[in-house]
Design a protein around this ligand. Structure first.
Ligand code: MEV
Length: 444
């Protein structure tokens, strides 16, 4: 047990890290060493870039990088790069793209691009006095003192757009916030926002203690707790939608366009009222969203946190997409709050991220937000389309079949045979395994 604890692991070379790890955790297994090393890139400069993204790197973890072509977005055609390990996600996106290609495609717009952050603090004094001091003095000082930090961002057209004092004392005793609003242009802006907020907090503390407006007791009871951006950005939001005449909703499952539209709308309404369904419905949306977010080197944890917080902003967890039918017209849309960057972070470092942005015609961050919203909407359309017609398993298992045969160690010839056998049969792990066994036991 003692040997499993180590000091200075980060100082070891990659080789030493692997040796130590395998010795202490898998009895020096050469097999594990080989697995870890076989993912090292032969080009040492490329490997070095990846090694340095994070700490204690010992290998690379591959996930497939695919393309969903034929997306008509605002009258332009896109091929969308998607990084995901889940089978059917790319196929579903491509299927939706094709469905909407001859129906006007996807239309998008930006509904806002404001990001937020807070200095969270405790103040036990007179509220009116604090409010007046903030408005007449502190606000200006906060902007002035962060002028060096905001300089480059202002040159690019962004910066601080507002600073407010927020009274939160009804929710937590003596709790207030300085709420900063920011426009971070083409960057996701986390570092910029956090630097501004930390400067706000320094200025605030200094000015507060210098001020003769507050008495000693108020000064003693004043505490800044923390300064941090919020990953919830309800005012940084993209809308994507599709529209068509009901009669154009033709599906090859045999369902009539009218029934399709009605069932589709009911499925969305169910996700709007039922959190159990909303969680799965939104998970499907995030299959599309995250894949593009990862392929473009953005922070999918931030994107997930934001989407799910927004899905609960009315006090109950609900669907991120909506559907209406009016005058025989079918309308399906998503409002996706999302904060993305095309500069900063991995965006200029990871060769595949650079490639993804190139494939997308080097969009601005605002345009990328809209493309990602389309990917989410398309994914949701594909999922609901399957759910209300054939069921999800048919398509999903078809895509998953290759994973099953690979797990069973099938040869290329065996794979072809199995794929052919299950062309129009129900697929399950058990059935595939017994077919393979039958084949293997057939005398040649
Ligand atoms: C699977 O990853 C996602 C779905 O369950 C989404 C949905 O049910 O809407 C198919």
């Amino acid at each position: 047990m003692k040997n499993k604890i180590i000091e200075g692991f980060s100082k070891l070379t990659k080789e030493e890290k692997i040796n130590w790890l395998t010795q202490q955790y898998v009895q020096g297994s050469n097999e594990l060493k080989n697995i870890l090393k076989q993912y090292w890139n032969q080009k040492s400069e490329l490997q070095k870039i990846h090694d340095e993204f994070t700490e204690n790197t010992i290998s690379n973890f591959y996930i497939p990088y695919g393309i969903a072509p034929n997306f008509l977005i605002n009258n332009e055609i896109y091929a969308i790069p998607m990084a995901t390990e889940e089978s059917s996600v790319v196929a579903a996106a491509a299927k939706s793209a094709k469905f909407w290609l001859n129906k006007g495609g996807f239309k998008t717009k930006l509904l806002g691009n404001i990001k937020l952050g807070h200095v969270h603090f405790i103040y036990k004094g007179n509220k009116a006095k604090l409010q007046q001091w903030f408005q007449c003095q502190l606000k200006e000082e906060l902007i002035k003192e962060s002028i060096d930090i905001t300089k480059n961002m202002r040159i690019r057209g962004g910066g601080i757009t507002d600073i407010e004092l927020v009274d939160k004392t009804e929710e937590l005793e003596s709790y207030f916030q300085i709420k900063g609003s920011f426009n971070t242009q083409d960057s996701m802006g986390a570092n910029f926002i956090n630097s501004c907020l930390e400067q706000f907090s320094i200025t605030f503390k200094e000015e507060f203690h210098k001020s003769n407006i507050f008495n000693e007791e108020e000064k003693e009871n004043f505490q800044i707790i923390m300064s941090i951006l919020s990953n919830y950005t309800p005012d940084c939001i993209a809308r994507a939608e599709v529209k068509c005449k009901i009669e154009d909703l033709k599906d090859d499952s045999g369902i009539s366009p009218k029934e399709f539209a009605w069932k589709f709308k009911q499925a969305v309404k169910i996700a709007e009222v039922e959190p159990y369904r909303a969680a799965t419905h939104n998970k499907g949306i995030m299959n599309g969203v995250d894949s593009v977010v990862i392929a473009t080197g953005n922070d999918f944890r931030a994107v997930e946190a934001c989407a799910h917080t927004y899905a609960s902003h009315k006090g109950k967890y609900t669907s991120l997409t909506h559907c209406e039918i009016k005058n025989d017209e079918f309308n399906f849309w998503i409002d996706l709050p999302i904060s993305l960057g095309i500069v900063g972070g991995l965006t200029k470092l990871h060769p595949l991220v650079i490639a993804s942005l190139q494939i997308l015609n080097n969009p601005s961050a605002e345009k990328l937000m809209q493309i990602v919203a389309v990917a989410g909407l398309a994914q949701n359309f594909a999922a609901i389309r399957s759910l209300i017609t054939t069921g999800i398993q048919k398509g999903h298992m078809k895509m998953h079949l290759i994973n099953i045969v690979n797990q069973l160690g099938a040869t290329e010839k065996e794979k072809q045979y199995i794929v052919n056998i299950f062309k129009d049969k129900t697929i399950s792990h058990h059935l595939v395994s017994s077919e393979l066994e039958k084949l293997r036991n057939t005398p040649k």
